[in-house]
Design a protein around this ligand. Structure first.
Ligand code: ACO
Length: 335
């Protein structure tokens, strides 16, 4: 029996900083509303011509993670790439990373689980390592949201929340089964699939039908989010899935050294923190700087927490996410 453990972490965000005041030049919004409802002060957006894409940002984060793991690209046995904003409808971003990084013809798998994507990717990689099939798996979460958001007043309740960026981790074989990824807990509830979704173009509505069937001012190729419904479900599922992970490992809330919640909305993280009576030092948030980067948010936050010395060997680290699908998930890690 093996466990898997994170041996390297990396992040990459585009240089272009977009503040709330910048957005208020494009739509009817303001810094006070955005900060009060979401905690976000600024986010990064890819700029046309800056050489970034979902796969390219993922590769940049991966390069750092592989180096920090003390490995080379040739040591990676598999890529698992989580995103809701792939560069192409198909193929996925994983194969692009395999090519961009000059890797051997290793398997590359894309995960389509939105905000929970990184934990689903981690759980998948963990199983390949636990089974003994692979030794080192590269997991990436990366998003280019800015290219697909409605930056007019019509889209303001969604477009102010999301940002671009990428995070990556190398998961490696660990012989000591008391260390590394102890367990992961994955859930879905497709009943609410359309409450946070991008409905078109799709096989249900290709481009000509989209244009024909919808009023010009409401063509559904921008994301739709039933914000309050998502919020209410998020706080319940976050709490449930964290408890599920702790109970599985005979741990208590007081055993958490670091909780890295998916950076959906600072209010959601604060709700969870309060509910579990966690201190500021036990929860890491950086949504203020990057907005919600969906599949990238956990690996970006985890990387930053680690870079800032907030995670030490032996710590109990909890990852938790909730998002579109609905899907939600947690991982309990002994660092
Ligand atoms: N600027 C100014 N006013 C705005 C903006 C904006 N950007 N967006 C909406 N408003 C207005 C609305 O039009 C509405 O005005 P009205 O009262 O005149 O109709 C008012 O503000 C309140 O709008 P609500 O949508 O009711 O605001 P709410 O308090 O629900 O906050 C928000 C919206 C921030 C989206 C909240 O519902 C939320 O955080 N939901 C959770 C969503 C989330 O976290 N999603 C991400 C998780 S899933 C994932 O990561 C993919």
């Amino acid at each position: 029996m093996y466990n898997s453990k994170i041996t390297g972490l990396g992040k990459y965000v585009p240089e272009n900083v977009v503040t709330n005041d910048d957005l208020s030049q494009l739509m009817d919004t303001n810094d006070e509303w955005i900060q009060e409802r979401t905690g976000i002060k600024e986010r990064r957006h890819i700029k046309k011509g800056d050489g970034n894409s979902t796969a390219k940002m993922g590769a940049k984060a991966a390069e750092i993670a592989i180096k920090r793991a003390g490995l080379t690209n040739n040591d990676i046995d598999m890529i698992v790439f989580a995103t809701l904003s792939p560069d192409y409808y198909f193929p996925g971003c994983g194969v692009q990373v395999q090519h961009l990084m000059g890797m051997d013809t290793i398997p590359a798998l894309d995960v389509r689980n939105q905000c929970s994507g990184f934990i689903y990717a981690l759980a998948t990689a963990d199983q390949f390592i636990k089974s003994g099939m692979y030794k080192n798996v590269l997991i990436i979460g990366s998003e280019n949201h800015s290219g697909g958001l409605d930056f007019t007043t019509r889209g303001r309740s969604v477009s102010v929340i999301f940002g671009d960026g990428a995070g990556a981790a190398v998961l490696s074989r660990e012989e000591d089964t008391s260390k590394g990824v102890l367990s992961s807990h994955l859930h879905s509830q497709g009943e609410h699939a359309l409450e946070l979704s991008l409905k078109g173009p799709s096989t249900e509505q290709w481009v000509p039908e989209l244009i024909e069937n919808n009023p010009q001012e409401n063509i559904p190729y921008y994301p739709y989010m039933n914000g309050q419904f998502v919020f209410k479900n998020a706080v319940v599922r976050f709490s449930e899935v964290i408890m599920e992970g702790l109970e599985k490992n005979n741990l208590n809330v007081t055993d958490i050294d670091m909780l890295i919640p998916h950076q959906a909305n600072l209010r959601i993280s604060q709700f969870v923190q309060k509910k579990f009576k966690l201190t500021e030092d036990q929860v890491f948030n950086n949504i203020q700087k990057y907005g919600n980067t969906t599949a990238a948010s956990i690996p970006i936050a985890l990387t930053e927490a680690w870079e800032n010395g907030k995670i030490k060997e032996g710590d109990t680290v909890v990852l938790a996410a909730f998002g579109s699908g609905f899907t939600w998930a947690s991982s309990i890690i002994k660092w």
